[in-house]
Design a protein around this ligand. Structure first.
Ligand code: SAH
Length: 344
C-alpha cells in the first residue's frame, strides 16, 4: 500500500497518469486530503466510484498514532508517535506569539553521535518516510483543530530526533508537501531545517531553490571543542563546514543561523565568544544561543545565566547578530529524545 501523504505533487501527478487519470486529479486529491481533511477515500465525492475503489485497494491515508502525550504548563505539547512498524518518534508543538510551531523528527534514532544529545542515545534504526513526517504535522493539526476550529501549525522546524540531511530526499519531499499551497501551505520562510553540518548536503541544498531557513548546529568555536561534542566534526571539521556555509549563502542568497548550545565550562567563556566571532567572520550568519536542556545520561550542565548574558554581550559587542532561544516545556521531557528514551 502506498501512503498518499508521502507524495509531493509531481509524484502524485505521475501516479495519476499511471492510473490513467487526468493530471488535475492530483490537486483534487490534495484538496480532499489537506483542505477538507478527508480520512477515507469514500468521502471524496467528486471522484468516480470506480477510481475510489482503485484508491482503496492500492493506496492508504495512514497517520501515526499517539502513544504518549505530555502537556507542559506553558501549553507545549510533546507527543510520542507510534508508526506502523511500532517505531516511536517525538513531535513537539510550541506556542509562540507569532504562531504554532511543530518540531518534527526526521529519523528513528540518530547516528550523528553528539554527546550532549538524548536523541543519540539510540542509534538510527531507519529513516522516517515522507508520509510519516507529514503525519507528524497532521496529528498536531488535528490536536489544534480540536482546541479551536481552524487552528493549525503555522511554522515547522526540522529539529526533532534525527539528522535531516542524512534523510535528504524524504525531507525535501516533506518540505515540498507542507509548503504546497493546496496542501498545508506553510510558507517557506516559516520552515527551518537544522543540520549538524554535512558539507556536501549543504551544497546540494543550496541549489534546491527553496526559500527555507537553514540552521547549522555549530556549538563550538574551534575543532578541539567541536570534535569532543560532535562526532561528525571528525570527518567534517570546521574548515570543510564553514566554506560550505559561505557557498550556500552565495548560491541561495540566504543567511544561515548558527545554533550554539551553551554548556557550563565547556564552550561558554568570553574567549570562546571571541573565537566564535573570528570563526564565522565572512558569513552573514546570525547566532542563536540555546540554553542547554540537561539530559540525565550525561554530565553536561547548562551555563549559568550570567555566563549566557556575558557571552551574548560579547558577541554583540563584536558585531555578531545573536539572540537567546526562548525555552518551552521545561517541566516536561523537553530535551530532544527524552520522552522516547523513557518509553523504550
Ligand atoms: N540533527 C540536526 C537536527 C536535530 S537536533 C542537528 O544536529 O541540527 C536540533 C537541535 O537541538 C540541534 O542544534 C541540537 O544540537 C540541539 N540539541 C540537542 N540536544 C539538546 C539539549 N539537550 N538541549 C538543547 N539543545 C539540544
Amino acid at each position: 500500500m502506498i501512503n498518499l501523504y508521502g507524495l509531493e505533487i509531481k509524484k502524485l501527478e505521475e501516479l495519476m497518469i499511471q492510473e490513467q487519470q487526468k493530471r488535475y486529479r492530483a490537486t483534487q486529491l490534495y484538496i480532499w486530503m489537506y483542505e477538507k481533511k478527508a480520512k477515507t477515500f469514500d468521502e471524496m465525492s467528486d471522484i468516480s466510484l470506480r477510481f475510489r475503489e482503485v484508491l482503496k485497494q492500492k493506496y492508504c491515508l495512514d497517520l501515526p498514532k499517539i502513544h504518549t502525550k505530555q502537556v507542559s504548563s506553558d501549553g507545549t505539547v510533546k507527543l510520542l508517535l507510534e508508526m506502523n512498524d511500532g517505531s516511536k518518534v517525538e513531535t513537539v508543538l510550541m506556542r509562540y506569539s507569532y504562531g504554532n510551531v511543530a518540531c518534527v523528527s526526521s529519523q528513528v534514532g540518530c547516528n550523528m553521535g553528539c554527546v550532549f544529545c538524548a536523541s543519540g542515545l539510540f542509534k538510527k534504526t531507519r529513516n522516517l518516510t515522507t508520509a510519516e513526517m507529514v503525519g507528524e504535522i497532521l496529528v498536531l493539526n488535528q490536536l489544534l483543530d480540536d482546541e479551536e476550529k481552524g487552528k493549525h501549525i503555522t511554522h515547522v522546524v526540522v529539529m526533532g530526533t534525527g539528522e535531516p540531511f542524512d534523510n535528504y530526499e524524504n525531507v525535501m519531499d516533506f518540505i515540498r508537501i507542507i509548503n504546497h499551497p493546496k496542501a498545508l501551505a506553510i510558507g517557506a520562510r516559516h520552515i527551518t531545517v537544522s543540520t549538524c553540518g554535512l558539507p556536501d548536503q549543504i551544497r546540494r541544498y543550496a541549489k534546491e531553490g527553496l526559500q527555507i531557513n537553514l540552521a547549522i548546529s555549530l556549538h563550538a568555536p574551534n575543532d578541539e571543542i567541536r570534535s569532543k561534542l560532535m562526532k561528525i566534526n571528525r570527518p567534517y571539521p570546521l574548515d570543510k563546514l564553514i566554506p560550505a556555509v559561505k557557498e550556500y549563502e552565495n548560491i541561495a542568497k540566504r543567511r544561515v543561523t548558527f545554533e550554539y548550545i551553551l554548556l557550563k565550562g565547556v564552550n561558554d567563556s568570553v574567549q570562546d565568544a571571541d573565537q566564535l566571532t573570528k570563526l564565522i567572520k565572512g558569513t552573514l550568519a546570525y547566532v542563536n544561543l540555546i540554553p542547554y536542556n540537561p539530559v540525565i545520561e550525561n554530565e553536561f550542565q547548562r551555563s549559568p545565566h550570567a555566563n549566557v548574558q556575558a557571552f551574548l554581550d560579547r558577541l554583540i559587542k563584536n558585531g555578531v547578530t545573536a539572540t537567546v532561544r526562548k525555552e518551552f516545556g521545561s517541566d516536561i521531557d523537553a530535551a530532544c529524545g527524552q520522552l522516547r528514551a523513557k518509553n523504550n
